[in-house]
Design a binder for this molecule. Structure first.
Ligand SMILES: *Cc1c(COP(=O)(O)O)cnc(C)c1O
Length: 221
């Protein structure tokens, strides 16, 4: 199925209030252009270098989302143009995004990446750590970042009930934090190709879909 067909299908079937991030990592600019021509404007990339290389080759009204693990020394590369960083997983990273945003005269929107899976290998805050960090009012000093919500990557499993329970947990954390941040804290980024329907059922407002739109990724490139 073509990229255009898939974009049109998603646009027709995603409920109102759910934003589609087309995850274009490892796919060439031609594929992104095809999605763009079908009306898609938000694209997600996981590697700063790849994103920075694609940006100048594509239309200026594209909104670029960073969804992959971000090292502090790479923030500089994307700070001039990135629209939303989904993968904010430490205070050090918040501080560096703030610093680079200020240098560019911008305010950058961020999501707190939350780690809900059992395995300890993945990145993201544990719920307790995030609550503790935010309760201290630590965000007050970072005037060039704007917290917009939370993000999680569901456990890689066939057990969809496990994913649903993770998604429900993230949604309720979001509601709790919204009390603190107010109405502009409006985003729950969860759901990918394999689990986006369940994520929406559990209160996702932003889905990150790659392979369903662009096909399999070739990691050898
Ligand atoms: C690659 C990626 C996706 C998209 O995954 P698909 O299974 O191809 O839809 C979503 N979120 C993150 C964080 C990713 O790295």
């Amino acid at each position: 199925m073509s990229v255009k067909t898939q974009i049109e299908y998603l646009r027709r079937t995603l409920p109102e209030g759910v934003t589609l991030v087309a995850v274009s990592k490892f796919h060439p600019v031609e594929a992104i252009r095809e999605a763009y021509e079908a009306g898609q404007r938000i694209f997600g990339e996981s590697r700063p270098q790849e994103m920075a290389a694609k940006v100048p080759q594509l239309p200026e009204d594209i909104q670029w989302h960073m969804i992959g693990h971000l090292q502090t020394n790479k923030v500089k590369m994307i700070a001039p143009f990135v629209t939303l960083i989904h993968s904010v997983d430490s205070e050090r990273l918040v501080a560096e995004i703030n610093r680079q945003a200020e240098r560019c005269g911008r305010t950058i929107d961020i999501l707190f990446e939350v780690h809900l899976a059992e395995d300890e290998s993945k990145s993201g805050w544990n719920i307790g750590e995030l609550r503790e960090f935010l309760a201290g009012g630590a965000m007050g000093q970072f005037t060039h970042v704007r917290p917009r919500g939370v993000m999680t990557i569901g456990t890689l499993t066939d057990d969809i009930e496990l994913n649903k329970s993770e998604f429900r947990t993230l949604r309720s954390l979001f509601e709790e934090l919204r009390e603190q941040f107010g109405a502009e804290f409006d985003t729950v980024s969860m759901g990918m190709t394999s689990d986006y329907s369940e994520a929406i059922e559990c209160g996702s407002t932003m889905v990150r879909i790659g392979s369903m739109i662009f096909g399999e990724r070739d990691y050898s490139k």
